[in-house]
Design a protein around this ligand. Structure first.
Ligand code: HEC
Ligand code: HEC
Length: 202
């Protein structure tokens, strides 16, 4: 991920030329049409982006732009819902690095709000045990710690999490090699238990 660290350095140099406040408002209004007000999603298949670490958000947007992460076509959920469905790949297709860094700054500064959703307590307990032995090293505090720069799992929408695990398993979504070793060892039941554990943290 040297490329991404490097662009953070460029950001410091070129910050003065970054997008105007008005552009940013229009852009975030577009994002919020799917991700919810202030990036807090109300929809099971759309992740909350508020409060995710800046690095994870920028990384996700670079991966979409570079075609290293699959994009689901999605309808707008609020605001002008007659807008044509689009995907994350289209959203970031023409975005320059400075804009990506800035928009990631914007949403990482917003408070993360855990999704209110139904979960199975027994599955969640089984998931917690797996998490603590296999995942907490990188996703500490049950996956709630933004300082890990490994996204936020605790309180994220379960439908989105399931889809993410499928994309990792199929190799369509880029992942850390050491995480891949861990995920490969998990059964479908283990994954479902982990999804309930993350969803149980509200
Ligand atoms: C038309 C709906 C739509 C719009 C508009 C949209 N998104 Fe998304 N976004 C999604 C969906 C659905 C996903 C998850 C599925 C996928 O990966 O395609 C997602 C995923 C993401 C992720 C990955 C989160 C993670 O945890 O890895 C980030 C970051 C993100 N969007 C940021 C943005 C930003 C910033 C904007 C505005 C510039 C935006 N999105 C506009 C629907 C949308
Ligand atoms: C070696 C460190 C490491 C280990 C171990 C690890 N992860 Fe990760 N994980 C990461 C990083 C880094 C990211 C962010 C990837 C990115 O920026 O695209 C991530 C992302 C994720 C995501 C995507 C979150 C999102 O917002 O879409 C899920 C789900 C996930 N990990 C689950 C797990 C589970 C479950 C385990 C244990 C079985 C695990 N990880 C073990 C480092 C790790």
């Amino acid at each position: 991920m040297i490329r991404i660290r490097f662009s953070a350095v460029i950001l410091c140099v070129t910050f003065a030329f970054s997008a105007q406040a008005g552009d940013m408002d229009a852009m975030t209004a577009n994002c919020n049409g799917c991700h919810g007000d202030d990036g807090v999603s109300q929809w099971d298949d759309v992740p909350t982006i508020a409060g995710l670490p800046q690095f994870s958000q920028a990384d996700a947007l670079y991966l979409y732009r570079d075609g290293e992460r699959p994009c689901v076509e999605s309808d707008y959920r609020q605001g002008d819902t007659s807008r044509a469905a689009t995907s994350m790949c289209d959203v970031v297709a023409d975005m320059d690095d400075d804009t990506i860094e800035e928009i990631a700054d914007h949403y990482s500064a917003m408070p993360f709000v855990a999704a209110e959703q139904d979960f199975d307590a027994d599955l969640a307990a089984a998931g917690q045990a797996i998490h603590e032995s296999e995942c907490d090293r990188c996703h500490s505090d049950g996956g709630a710690n933004p300082d890990d720069e490994a996204s936020i799992l605790a309180g994220q929408w379960m439908g989105y999490m399931r889809a993410s695990f499928e994309q990792y398993a199929s190799g369509e979504r880029w992942q850390d090699d050491k995480m891949a070793e861990k995920l490969e060892q998990l059964s479908a039941d283990d994954i479902e238990a982990l999804v309930h554990y993350y969803g149980s943290q509200q």
